[in-house]
Each structure stands twice: as structure tokens, then as C-alpha cells.
Write a protein that binds this ligand. Structure first.
Ligand code: SF4
Ligand code: SF4
Length: 421
């Protein structure tokens, strides 16, 4: 009968060890997720609007499924598609095994099982190819925008070893069971031919390889919420559920058209961001979706002209200091915030929809609340307050520029004449 033989060659004791390790990895994962979830809750509550989710659904399809923004960089786009599609398919494959074996629902049987084998082999190859491209890009330092860290390299190698491990186990299984439908796993079948008479991949080594593979998988599960792999979960949530805003709209804590000075003074709402808890919960979550890809830096005019601002740094600093209670200014300097031109290029480039402008402007308002202002900006505001113009010229000289140009003035007489006409 054609069916999956889960835990082939694995003794009862080893299965117990397996489930114990699985439980530990899952608990570490849940704790990591819960920890970040509690940190997001430090922010001001901004409720999910289901109308926003509906609007975002189309965007979700383009950004998460089709990965349009990532495709702009061709090689990187191929790498990310292969890796992510492969990862999702392998994850679904594992869930089906759990349903079949642990929940006793007979799924992986007959023809369905054969299709399952082919599909998983194909996506397994895509996954490995994607991870390999990522490793080569990093080894050759082919993208200037990337941060190159040992930690990121280790994560890629972890994914690669897991992918290869799965195929090794499949190869040994097919080589020793010689099942008639082995060919339905093309990669496993090819490996099974290569493994003939190789003692390292003999049936006696199966339990060893099985444990090695399982341990690497559990390490991966456990580290997801503690590394940038967390974006696998947070990026889709952020893209699907973040509050919808028209490009260029500035997020204000009050309505400029209706607010009065008095109301503003008495307003309980947070005017500017001075502490982590002054951000909204969605803003905090969005920083956890950052993949550190550097696309925002590479299009930022301030960063490119060597001003003291890196939008990626702003995002990652908020993310990394989320557990702190001290003032934002202790880790993000006023000059960083004041260097932003609010051009929006970073927001446009970000593949996970982080809104850097809202983050930066909120913190800038926080600076103004604490009377921290650039001298130039301060002088300009003083001129507006005193002379009603940014140049500081007297009110009486306001129309001087139009002398001799015969520009009609909007005085009472002219307005009446134009009405009559
Ligand atoms: S909005 Fe600010 S941070 Fe973003 S790209 Fe423009 S200058 Fe840079
Ligand atoms: S903020 Fe967006 S564009 Fe910038 S590094 Fe993070 S994910 Fe990339």
C-alpha cells in the first residue's frame, strides 16, 4: 500500500526524545513571540480596522505573494521567491504529516501521497536553490546595501543544512526500502542511487541523520522570534493589517482643522514621541517586520549625501530598544531626525510597508515638545511668529517684490470689481 511511513526506523524511546525536543523548541518559540507581543502592547492602542484589512488584501497579494517590490532587484527577487515559496510549501508538507500521523487523519495515502512527494521535492529544490543564491550573494558581498553579519550567514547555513538533511533522509529511506514508488521523489530517488554502498548514508546511519536533521529544525523553530527570520510572521501581519493612509498624509495626533489652542493644551493624546510607549502598537510591530534589507537607505537622499540619518537604523534602533523605558533621544539623536526631508522614498522602497516618515515625524514632534530645535528652524519659526513671514521682513514691505510688475492686489476695491465683472 502506498502511504507515508512516519518514524520509519525510529524506536519508541527516540520518538519520546523527539517530542520532548519539539515541545522545548515550541515553548521557546511561543515565549519569544509572546515577549515581542507584550512589547508591541507598550504602544498606544490603535485598533485594527477591518476596512483597512480589506483594502490591504490586494496589496498583500502583490507584496507578499507576488513579491513585486522585491522583484525590482532581479537576482534578489528570484532568491526570495524560491526561498519563501519553498519554505511555505515545506511547512505545509510538515503540517500535513502532523495531521496524518499525530491526529490520525489518513491523508498521506495513495495518489495524493505520490503528488505530495513530487511537489515537496520540487519545492525542496527551489528552497535550496534560493538559500544557495542568498549565501553566494553574501559571500561575494554583491549588494552594498546589505549588512553582513556572521549571524545572518549562520541563519542561511542553518536553512541550507535543513534542506539538504531532508533529502539525505529521503535518499536513505528509498535506498533501503526500495519502494516501487520511490521515483515519485525524483531527488530522493537520485540520491538513493548515489548512496548505494556509501557507508555514511547507509541504513545504519539513518537514525543519526534523522536526529541531526530534527535538531536543526528545532533550532530553527526556536530562533525565529529572536532573529530577523521573525519577519516571516510579522511582515505578512504588518502588510495585511497596518492602518491604511494615502501617500503623503501625515499622521497627526489631532485634527488641525478643529483643534483649538486650549484643546491642544488639555488634550490627553500624545503629541510627540519621546518614549517607546508613545508610538502606536502597530508602529512598534512594524519595526519587527524589518528585514534589514537596506532598500530604504539606498534611496534616502539624506543617507546618500552622508547626513547623519539612516532610515534602516532608525527602524532597527526602535526595534532593538523596545524593551527600554528611557527617552528615545538616548539612542536616536536629534540630528538624525532633523536630517529627514520627508521625501517618502524610504516608504516607497520598503517591501514590508514600514512608514519611516510617521516614525520620524512623531519623534521630531517629541523634540519640539522638549524645545529641541535646529537653530535654523527656530529662527524661521520666530520670524513667522513676529513678522508673519519666513524671511523676517517687516509686514509693510510684504508686497515690495511686486513693485513695477503690475500685479493686481487683492484689496477690497479690486475684489468688488472682479465680482461685478
Ligand atoms: S523620508 Fe526621510 S528617511 Fe525617508 S528617504 Fe526621505 S529623507 Fe530619507
Ligand atoms: S525598513 Fe524596510 S526597506 Fe528599510 S531595511 Fe527594513 S525592511 Fe528594508
Amino acid at each position: 500500500m502506498i502511504q507515508r511511513n512516519t518514524f520509519w526506523m525510529i524506536s519508541e524511546e527516540n520518538r519520546i526524545v523527539f517530542y520532548l525536543l519539539a515541545a522545548i523548541a515550541t515553548l521557546i518559540f511561543i515565549y519569544g513571540f509572546y515577549r515581542r507581543f507584550k512589547l508591541w502592547q507598550k504602544g498606544r492602542r490603535e485598533k485594527i480596522k477591518w476596512s483597512d484589512v480589506k483594502t490591504n488584501a490586494h496589496f498583500f497579494w502583490k507584496m507578499v505573494v507576488q513579491q513585486k517590490k522585491i522583484q525590482i532587484d532581479r537576482l534578489y527577487g528570484v532568491m526570495h521567491r524560491f526561498t519563501s515559496y519553498g519554505f511555505v510549501a515545506l511547512f505545509i508538507g510538515t503540517v500535513l504529516v502532523v495531521i496524518d500521523y499525530d491526529f490520525g487523519v489518513p491523508l498521506l495515502r495513495g495518489n495524493f501521497y505520490l503528488v505530495y512527494k513530487v511537489v515537496l521535492d520540487i519545492f525542496g529544490v527551489l528552497f535550496l536553490a534560493g538559500v544557495l543564491i542568498a549565501i553566494i550573494i553574501r559571500m561575494k558581498k554583491q549588494r552594498l546595501r546589505l549588512w553582513y553579519s556572521i549571524r545572518d550567514n549562520m541563519l542561511l547555513w542553518l536553512l541550507f543544512i535543513i534542506g539538504v538533511g531532508g533529502f539525505i533522509l529521503e535518499g536513505i529511506r528509498i535506498a533501503s526500502t526500495k519502494v516501487s514508488y520511490g521515483i515519485w521523489s525524483p531527488i530522493g530517488y537520485t540520491l538513493s542511487r548515489l548512496f548505494q554502498d556509501v557507508s555514511l548514508f547507509s541504513v545504519d546511519m539513518y537514525v543519526f541523520w534523522w536526529f541531526v536533521h530534527s535538531i536543526f529544525v528545532f533550532v530553527l523553530i526556536a530562533v525565529i522570534p529572536y532573529t530577523k527570520l521573525f519577519h516571516i510572521l510579522t511582515a505578512p501581519i504588518q502588510i495585511l493589517m497596518h492602518p491604511v493612509k494615502r501617500t503623503g498624509t501625515i499622521l497627526l495626533p489631532y485634527d488641525l482643522q478643529t483643534i483649538t489652542d486650549e484643546a491642544l493644551l488639555q488634550s490627553p493624546s500624545v503629541l510627540g514621541v519621546n518614549k517607546i510607549s508613545d508610538f502606536t502598537n502597530w508602529q512598534l510591530l512594524s519595526t519587527d517586520a524589518c528585514t534589514e534589507c537596506g532598500r530604504c537607505d539606498s534611496v534616502c537622499p539624506a543617507y546618500q549625501s552622508e547626513k547623519p540619518l539612516s532610515p534602516r537604523n532608525v527602524v532597527t534602533k526602535i526595534r532593538n530598544h523596545m524593551h527600554q523605558t528611557y527617552e528615545i533621544s538616548t539612542f536616536i539623536s536629534p540630528s538624525e531626525l532633523q536630517s529627514c526631508t520627508t521625501c517618502g522614498a524610504c516608504v516607497e522602497a520598503c517591501p514590508v510597508s514600514i512608514n519611516h516618515i510617521d516614525l520620524i515625524l512623531g519623534m521630531r514632534r517629541g523634540l519640539i515638545q522638549r524645545n529641541i530645535l535646529e537653530l535654523e528652524a527656530e529662527n524661521t519659526l520666530m520670524k513667522v511668529e513676529e513678522q508673519y513671514n519666513i524671511w523676517g521682513k517687516p509686514w509693510s514691505e510684504r508686497a515690495n517684490w511686486s513693485r513695477g510688475l503690475q500685479v493686481p492686489s487683492l484689496d477690497h476695491e479690486n475684489v468688488s470689481k472682479s465680482k461685478e465683472a
